[in-house]
Design a binder for this molecule. Structure first.
Ligand SMILES: Cc1cc2nc3c(=O)[nH]c(=O)nc-3n(C[C@H](O)[C@H](O)[C@H](O)COP(=O)(O)OP(=O)(O)OC[C@H]3O[C@@H](n4cnc5c(N)ncnc54)[C@H](O)[C@@H]3O)c2cc1C
Length: 387
């Protein structure tokens, strides 16, 4: 018998679980979250680029629509959270400049520009000289770039802190512990068993465990989300007053096939990221990772070597087979997913909260989130594809 029950129980208190819980509580559901450290997770590492346009990839046009929907909601979302909690999210409408350092990068960026144009997105091609006029710290060798004024940034650590505060204000109960197992009765998810052996019952359970989402015991195999950890190492530098403004906007490039970006915060923090490594749940910061990031960032903006290096850290992106999130009801009644946000979880936070609140209330996903149903994977989907 469950000792405590709620309408909605969210497993995982990263930014995705927290936004889901907050929006659910706003709709009148009694809501609880389980996480040993609510507000922790990948948001403590992430850069916080809201890069719907610069992160466009071939074959990801469906995801683009969701990314754009979320980017459009950010100003109101950030204002609502700040009004409610008094906490500033570091939401900065600074734009992004993606630059090329050699002929190959330039050809690659030209292709991205064409794809953006075909997709009806705003971006402007600039010569190397025009790029340096915008960002004087760029290396003299920059061969050209794309100016994207609509790709902004938020500070994910502040976002996570504000979501914890918003949840607390909305009456969400935070259980600071692990969910050991999903409980299922008569083919319906009914709650979880905690690490301490307590049974928490719920009308609906949302699994939002980030890269650990596929590990929860008790979830039937055909419903278990196909999510894997993708390691990313990130550096934080500090821009002293005398060097400010060091950069005015996010600057990014592909250097020898690796993505590197520099995200300047208003408080002087400069985030340099990120590696992308398939190494399971390893979160070691390695000399090689730090070296490659500094080497590539230095090629882009030589002056960074003057700045104090204040932090090195690694986190895990929750990757999915098609790089898109898994949202909403599963084939197991009572169990919903909010996971697999991969490299866009910060960007997708507003739209995920809205989609899950809608799904919890109606049993259906809203139109913009329908392509991201978890039912596109799993046993049912494979049978459908084979006929
Ligand atoms: C290096 C790096 C850079 C990034 N940069 C960006 C960026 O610029 N822009 C962007 O939009 N996104 C970015 N991301 C991606 C973004 O950070 C993630 O997609 C997002 O934070 C995922 O949030 P989440 O809540 O789904 O998962 P997580 O942050 O992983 O949180 C999951 C939480 O669930 C908890 N949990 C798991 N299992 C259980 C259980 N059984 N019981 C209780 N609790 C459990 C964990 O403790 C954890 O706190 C980046 C990520 C990384 C690693």
């Amino acid at each position: 018998m469950p000792t405590r029950t709620s309408d909605v129980l969210v497993v995982g208190g990263g930014i995705i679980g927290l936004v889901t819980a907050w929006r659910a509580a706003q709709r009148g559901f009694s809501t609880a979250v389980l996480d040993p450290e609510p507000g922790g997770g990948a948001a403590q590492v992430a850069a916080g680029m809201l890069a719907a346009v610069t992160e466009l990839h071939y074959g990801e046009q469906t995801l683009l629509a969701l990314n754009l929907a979320s980017a459009q909601r950010y100003p109101d979302f950030a204002a609502e959270l700040t009004d409610l909690t008094g906490l500033d999210l570091g939401y900065r409408r600074c734009g992004t400049l993606a630059v090329a350092l050699d002929a190959d990068d330039r050809a690659h960026l030209r292709e991205l520009h064409a794809l953006q144009h075909q997709s009806g997105l705003d971006s402007e091609w600039l010569s190397g000289r025009e790029c340096r006029r915008l960002e004087p710290m760029l290396a003299p060798g920059v061969r050209g770039g794309l100016r994207v004024d609509g790709d902004h940034q938020v500070d994910p650590r502040r976002l996570a802190g504000a979501l914890v505060a918003a949840c607390e204000r909305a009456g969400v109960v935070l259980h600071r512990t692990w969910a050991e197992r999903l409980t299922v009765e008569r083919d319906r998810a009914t709650g979880v068993l905690t690490r301490e052996g307590e049974v928490l019952g719920a009308g609906q359970v949302v699994l939002a465990g980030g890269s650990l989402s596929g590990q929860l015991k008790g979830v039937p195999d055909d419903v278990l989300p196909p999510v894997r950890p993708v390691k990313g190492q990130v550096l934080r530098l500090t821009v002293p007053e005398r060097h400010a403004p060091f950069l005015n906007r996010t600057v990014r490039a592909v250097v020898r096939g690796s993505h590197v970006y520099l995200v300047p915060r208003e408080n002087g923090e400069l985030v340099v990221g990120a590696t992308s490594e398939e190494l399971g749940w390893d979160t070691t910061v390695t000399a090689g990772g730090v070296y490659e990031l500094l080497r590539d960032a230095h090629e882009l903006v030589p002056g960074i070597t003057e700045l104090p290096l204040t932090e090195t850290r690694a986190g895990l992106r929750p990757g999915s087979p098609d790089n898109a999130p898994l949202l909403g009801p599963t084939a197991l009644p009572g169990l919903l997913l909010a996971t697999g946000h991969y490299r866009n979880g910060v960007l997708l936070t507003p739209v995920t909260g809205d989609a899950l609140a809608h799904a919890l209330s109606t049993g259906e996903l809203p139109d913009e989130a329908r392509p991201f149903t978890p039912k596109r994977f799993g046993a049912g989907a494979l049978v459908e594809q084979s006929v």
